[in-house]
Design a protein around this ligand. Structure first.
Ligand code: NAD
Length: 363
């Protein structure tokens, strides 16, 4: 199969859909790989590395879209990219179609088949192509929070790990899923005292089994959060209710419970945020202050560490890319119910029920 990898065009997107290692795996199985010149540069992956892995470099996106049978990328196609997709072609990328009618209509009109990373499932009921980005964002949340706590950034001037004779900081993690657990691990690693709040007792049990008394676990109620806020230097918002807006767990009034200069990192901002005072920010201006509390609410945190994020993402996507290339679309989907769950658009129809329902389109 001819697999094409265009350069990402969304603003500040530096990841790439396939690494040279992926190109090598595909070439070794007899597939052809077309890579747009410069596609990997944002992630530190040189054109020569792709060439050495057996890929052919081409100059523009137009040639990739014109020739590739399978287009592998990271972010949803922008309008000019949708216009280059054609019937019979397969697109494999993050799509997030539910809130994006314009993209859905463009994909339907293209006649192409679109498989969305974010709806591919695994045997445990998880979303394996979303999890790597949650791992990145969770770990980054502590790094970003630690930086925001510095005095020059408006923070309270607290060092997460403390030093001998000075107590470490308190980190409160709301939501003990993938983001929350990764944030907790990083905070622990830096020597902070960590509390994880979740509404799933099962989750809290798992965390307790994993970390014992290195992490305090708390059941999520207004009371338990109120109780912890006054002593928390850094609060990470990491809750998710699938398919719904993030629950608001800290209101503006509750900010008054916290010490000035304390930091909120709202990783759940991409679902609306779990602090009442959250609004999306960018890597250019990641923080702002409300009532003396520093807020960090970057909606695409993994973008800041494009190289790590590219490897994390492609580790998870490559096996599915190989499946599609080796077997072809029809057989790959027939053999793998989890990949089939990723199918969002086929031959002018929305093929994913939740996406169709969200867009009020036939399924
Ligand atoms: P997850 O499903 O693994 O974990 C979410 C956890 O929240 C679950 O354990 C759930 O029980 C818990 N939860 C739900 N409601 C709660 C409540 N009221 N109180 C306490 N806990 C509650 O999800 P995840 O992969 O960890 O993702 C978390 C959020 O981070 C999502 O919104 C995701 O989209 C977002 N995210 C953002 C970025 C970014 O760049 N900002 C990157 C990756 C993920």
């Amino acid at each position: 199969m001819l697999v094409g990898v265009p350069t990402e065009t969304k603003v500040h997107e530096y990841r790439v859909g396939l690494t040279p290692a992926g190109a090598r795996e595909l070439s070794a199985r007899g597939h052809q790989v077309l890579v747009q010149r410069g596609a990997g540069l944002g992630a530190g992956l040189a054109d020569e590395a792709y060439e050495a892995a057996g890929a052919q470099l081409v100059d523009g996106a137009a040639e990739v879209y014109a020739r590739a049978e399978l287009v592998v990328k990271v972010k949803e196609p922008q309008p000019d990219e949708c216009a280059m997709l054609r019937p019979g072609q397969v697109l494999f990328a993050y799509l997030h179609l539910a809130p994006d009618r314009a993209q859905a209509e463009a994909l339907l009109a293209s006649g192409a088949t679109a498989i969305a990373y974010e709806t591919v499932t695994d045997a445990g009921g998880g979303l394996p192509l979303l999890a790597p980005m949650s791992e990145v964002a969770g770990r980054m949340a502590i790094q970003a929070g630690a930086h925001a706590l510095e005095k020059a950034q408006g923070g309270s001037g607290v060092l997460l790990g403390g030093v001998p004779g000075v107590a470490p900081a308190e980190v409160l993690v709301l939501g003990g899923g993938t983001v929350g657990l990764n944030a907790a691990r990083m905070a622990m690693g830096l020597g902070a005292r960590v509390t994880v709040v979740d509404r799933s007792l099962e989750r809290l049990r798992q965390i307790d089994e994993l970390y014992g008394d290195r992490v305090a676990t708390l059941y999520s109620t207004r009371d338990s959060i109120d109780d912890r806020l006054p002593r928390s230097d850094l609060v990470v918002g990491a809750v998710l209710v699938p398919g719904a807006a993030a629950p608001r767990l800290v209101t503006r009034a509750q900010l008054a419970l916290m010490r000035p200069g304390s930091v909120l990192v709202d990783v759940a901002i991409d679902q609306g945020g779990c602090f009442g005072t959250s609004r999306p920010t960018t890597h250019d201006a990641p923080t702002y202050e409300v009532d003396g509390i520093i807020h960090y609410c970057v909606a695409n945190m993994p973008g800041a560490v494009a190289r790590t994020s590219t490897f994390a993402l492609t580790n998870a996507t490559l096996p599915r890319v190989l499946e599609l290339a080796d077997k072809g679309l029809v057989q790959a989907l027939a053999d793998d119910v989890h990949l089939r769950n990723g199918l969002n658009v086929h031959a002018g129809r929305i093929t994913h029920r939740a996406v169709a329902d969200a867009l009020s389109l036939p399924h």
